[in-house]
Ligand binder design. Structure first.
Ligand SMILES: Cc1cc2nc3c(=O)[nH]c(=O)nc-3n(C[C@H](O)[C@H](O)[C@H](O)COP(=O)(O)OP(=O)(O)OC[C@H]3O[C@@H](n4cnc5c(N)ncnc54)[C@H](O)[C@@H]3O)c2cc1C
Length: 301
């Protein structure tokens, strides 16, 4: 929705953004491909070829969140319009309605065995000579990479805010369980190691919360570009830290913590998967480090 609001034409907004905002339809963002290392967006190989008044899309995608939901009526698909252009000008984004002939939603991918059906699952999709009108292109040909960069700021902060909520729930569950269960003659809550997990969790949540708040404030005041370092910092720090907190909450629950009787295992799987979704940790660190180094490289020039 944010992408269409920012880059869509009036017609695209009327046809897709308005029903999305009304909750009448849903959408998904289709970039990742099984056949190439998709953490590097310049690798994306799905072809988008102009043919008269249409574009023809061919390729295979996977892990497309929300696509298994039948209410997901439109996909924003990233692909190559000009393989010979400079690497950051090869890709474009195009709107593909779900009912377009040649488009198959093949299967849902599991994540640690979970199908994530509550938010629509992560689909593998095949595009075979899928034809869409030329006015379905978003922005200009070759603009896909820049749009992908702009899109990811808001998406990332949403993930981090939800993860902080998950961490709060985990600490609450850890405290209640530690007070309820007795081992070796005293409540587990009286073990120093468990108190250390609880205290560390609180310290880490407050650190994350402040960094996420600072990032939100920067996005509002200087925009996504000005907040780039902080957006990457929260995307690196939040899933890893919340994964650590969930691990301790699971440990406090004993075997039950791994099971279907508590939500902790599913919460852990969600936090762990966010170290890939919207870009792996290593790629964010690479780009953050480069921006940090650039200042000193300029000094030496
Ligand atoms: C739950 C979930 C939901 C997702 N939802 C979507 C979605 O809705 N739409 C979509 O398009 N995609 C989605 N993805 C896919 C996700 O964006 C990709 O998995 C991610 O970008 C990495 O691409 P890849 O899996 O091809 O890994 P690859 O590109 O093959 O990378 C593999 C590993 O190589 C390492 N690596 C790569 N580059 C570097 C580097 N520069 N330095 C050091 N190490 C490096 C990293 O450890 C990385 O994890 C989702 C993934 C998950 C798990």
């Amino acid at each position: 929705m944010e992408l269409l609001a920012q880059f869509g034409t009036d017609r695209q907004r009327e046809k897709y953004l308005e029903p999305l905002l009304d909750g009448r339809i849903r959408s998904a963002f289709a970039m990742t491909e099984p056949d190439v290392a998709s953490s590097d967006a310049t690798n994306i190989a799905t072809s988008i070829v102009r043919d008269g008044d249409e574009y023809v899309v061919n390729g295979r995608k996977w892990f497309i969140t929300g696509a298994m939901n039948p209410g997901c009526a439109v996909f924003i698909v990233m692909g190559k319009t000009d393989p010979s252009a400079p690497s950051h000008r090869r890709q474009s984004m195009i709107l593909v309605p779900r009912d377009t002939p040649g488009l198959t939603v093949r299967r849902g991918m599991t994540v640690f065995g979970y199908d994530d059906a509550d938010h629509g699952g992560h689909a593998e999709m095949i595009f075979e000579d899928v034809r869409v009108p030329a006015d379905h292109l978003i922005g200009e040909e070759g603009g896909g990479f820049a749009i992908a960069q702009a899109r990811l700021g808001p998406g990332r902060i949403h993930h981090c805010m939800r993860l902080i909520g998950i961490a709060e729930r985990a600490v609450e569950m850890m405290c209640r369980r530690a007070l309820d269960r007795t081992a070796f003659g005293k409540p587990i809550a009286q073990q120093g190691v468990v108190q250390d997990w609880i205290a560390e969790s609180r310290v880490r949540i407050e650190q994350l919360r402040l960094l996420v708040l600072k990032t939100a404030w920067l996005m509002d005041t200087v925009g996504n570009r000005g907040a780039h370092t902080e957006i990457q910092a929260i995307k690196i720090a939040t899933p890893a830290t919340v994964e650590w907190i969930l691990d301790k909450a699971i440990q406090t629950h004993g075997a039950g913590g791994l099971s279907q009787d508590f939500p902790l295992a599913a919460m852990w799987a969600g936090a762990r998967s966010l170290r890939f979704a919207d870009g792996p940790d290593e790629v964010h660190k690479r780009s953050l480090a480069y921006r940090e180094l650039r200042t000193y490289m300029e000094d030496r020039a």
